[in-house]
Design a protein around this ligand. Sequence first.
Ligand code: NAD
Ligand code: GLY
Length: 344
Amino acid sequence: MNKIRIRASKEYDVCIGTGLLSQLGTLIAQLCKVQKAAIISDSHVWPLYGQAAKSSLVQAGFEVVNYVFPAGESSKNGLTFLSILNFLAENQLTRTDCIIALGGGVVGDLAGFAAATYLRGIDYIQVPTTLLAAVDSSVGGKTAIDLPAGKNLAGCFYQPKLVVCDIDTLSTLPAPVFRDGCAEVIKYGVLFDPALFVHLEHAGIAFDRKAVITRCVELKNAVVSEDEFDTGRRMLLNLGHTIGHGIEASSNFSVSHGQAVAIGMAIVARSSGCADAGRIIGCLQRFGLPTETTLSAQVLAAAALSDKKRSADTVKLVLPERIGSCQIVPTPVGQLLSLIEAGL
Ligand code: NAD
Ligand code: GLY
């Protein structure tokens, strides 16, 4: 098992390895009082891994309750959030009990926000079961729900007590969901790590799961420990996302998040004049990710301008200089259209 210590305002370990679901109870019992644990999961993940997680916790002495909601982004809303809070209250969880988020980014964001707000904050443990959650959403403490006006509009920073990533769970991921996570993995290589990028370029989808997830978490740790609250360097993680979010929204979410981020990365790689644009695009394609869109520059620029992270007259775009080095560039609103046109 690999262990990475996340050095945010609250420190915690991320454990990465195989067979970890059966050790979940013992790992948590080393950190939390052995009382009550509420597993929050979704309707796809619970039938696959719910019993294994529950048995491990029961064996370690926990009393376990579970709440399962319908899988998918459409559940990441205020209604599910309130239902979880009511479930925790009905089951009389106290401040010394804990929540286990068993699932992908949707489960992690919802359960994390519930943990942050229930009784003004109780411990939670992230157990990511998608590649995206393993390398990104389970680490760094961003929690959120969507509002009718947009994604992730309500939430807070609230770090977990522990992250347990059992690589075995990734084996049941539908191929498109796994590929979505690959876009985020490639993003880390482009942002920070030429050696990681070369490994991905050569290995393609057969990349070394444990080594690559570990490296991505180390890279995220470096960013989060420097800028936990996303006011500076952490914004680098938005590479491909500003334009990607526009593609997702303008396609009515028929283009998935990972696909949209891949297209977003390809667009900024081309438009920034990055010498490695060809390699970035080639690597995305090797993973079966799209690098083109039929949406017009006008549509993409309009969508990017509704990004919640824009200021009055600029949009912060992350532009690659070369593999392993990117810059956050405040781009005047007036230049956005031509920049996107150059990348299509
Ligand atoms: P997801 O949680 O919806 O999971 C994708 C699909 O895979 C779902 O149908 C899920 O039920 C299923 N699934 C999960 N694990 C499985 C497994 N092991 N086997 C079979 N099926 C499985 O989506 P995601 O891509 O993991 O996460 C996307 C969410 O994460 C978005 O809501 C996004 O806003 C959020 N996010 C948060 C952060 C953060 O820092 N908090 C970062 C990136 C993304
Ligand atoms: N997913 C981006 C971040 O954690 O900041």
